[in-house]
Every structure is written in C-alpha cells, then in structure tokens.
Design a protein around this ligand. Structure first.
Ligand SMILES: [Zn+2]
Ligand SMILES: [Zn+2]
Length: 204
C-alpha cells in the first residue's frame, strides 16, 4: 500500500499534507469525495447542498507552499431564467491553485503585495481544497441558467411552459372590432343548438 495516495470520503475537502515532503517538486496524489457545502455556487445555480463532490489531482511542493492541481465533478442545480424549470447539469471543473505557507503569506503581506491577501493558505497539517473548487466552479457557472439553449420560456397568455405545450399552442386573440360579431355568431349558434336540442327532446 502506498502512502502517496488517498482515496477517501470525508466531511470536507481537507487533504493531509503530513506525508508530502517539503522538498520542492515532491508530489502526492489525492482523491477526495465530500458533500457539497451550502454556498458552492452562485445565487442562481450551484451544487445541491450535501450532494457528493469528487475531486482528484496532485499536490506539489513548491518554494512558498503547495500547488494543488486537479479537477472536480459537481452536480449543479438551478432554475431556468426563461421558464423557471429545473436546470440540472454535471460540471467538471479544473483548478490549479497555489496555497502558500502562513509564514510566506505574512512575508508577502509585509512586502506590500496586495495580491497576497487573495492567496489560499496551507493549514497546519492539511490543505482545504474547498475554496479552489468553489472558485473554479463559479467561473464556469452560467449567469443566466437555461434548461435548454432554445428554451422558449412561458406563454404570456396562460403562463404555461412552451416546452409542455403542443407545437401549435395559440390563444385566439380577437380584434375588439370583431368581438361583438363573434358574440352574435355564438348567440346564433347557441339558439340553433337549443332548438335542435328541444326538437330531439320532443321526438322522444
Ligand atoms: Zn427553460
Ligand atoms: Zn398559452
């Protein structure tokens, strides 16, 4: 059994670094599956909380920290902006993030390196992949999720999804100038039906 590889299901995306030598260029593979946290995504689409996210890749020791590269597979759920129907996708995202040692982060900050504030930090014994996965996913998620690129949305008359309606779905829009004529015709039809009805009754 090799100690270089981890395949595990955990509560979070922490990958142990105790077995990753600090020597630059040392590598370790990881394969982690953990439930999605609540905020994995944007306001309109994101991972279903608790759904499993699988991430795998390699950690590489570098001068100031650890480089985490890999990919994650995430089931996302949202609502179509046109028809409000479900949008369910499986996203596979890649990440390649530098995690710096806390000492290096402090040094960067002291040097006035503003970008240092955005760097992820290596924890004491582990490295948390969650922010790397979240950043990669958010970049990939659509601003306006669609159930289908050709989604026609909702019928403005009845509010039904066009996808659920027959192709020839239309609502009779009667020109008001003809509306009174239509009423007269309907009335005449009703009268005729009424007479036919009474005629039948009489025949019995
Ligand atoms: Zn839609
Ligand atoms: Zn309609």
């Amino acid at each position: 059994m090799t100690r270089n590889e981890e395949t595990m299901t955990t509560n979070n995306f922490h990958v142990s670094i105790v077995d990753l030598p600090r020597q630059v260029g040392s590598m370790k593979e990881f394969d982690v599956t953990a439930p999605a946290p609540n905020d994995m995504g944007t306001a309109v689409i994101g991972a279903r909380p608790g759904s499993p996210i699988e991430a795998h890749g390699t950690l590489t020791s570098v001068e100031d920290g650890v480089l985490a590269s890999g990919s994650a597979t995430i089931d996302v759920h949202g609502e179509c902006v046109r028809c409000l129907g479900d949008v369910d996708q499986t996203q596979t995202v890649s990440f390649n993030e530098l995690y710096v040692f806390p000492t290096a982060a402090i040094k960067h900050a002291e040097d006035g390196d503003d970008e240092a504030r955005d760097l992820f930090e290596v924890g004491e014994n582990s490295l948390d992949l969650e922010p790397a996965i979240r950043d990669a996913l958010v970049l990939r998620l659509p601003f306006k999720p669609l159930c289908d690129d050709n989604c026609e949305g909702l019928c403005s008359e009845c509010g039904e999804r066009f996808a659920d309606l027959p192709d020839d779905h239309v609502h009779e829009v009667i020109d008001p100038r003809w509306a009174s004529l239509g009423t007269l015709l309907n009335q005449a039809q009703a009268d005729a039906d009424g007479q036919a009805g009474s005629g039948q009754d009489g025949g019995k």
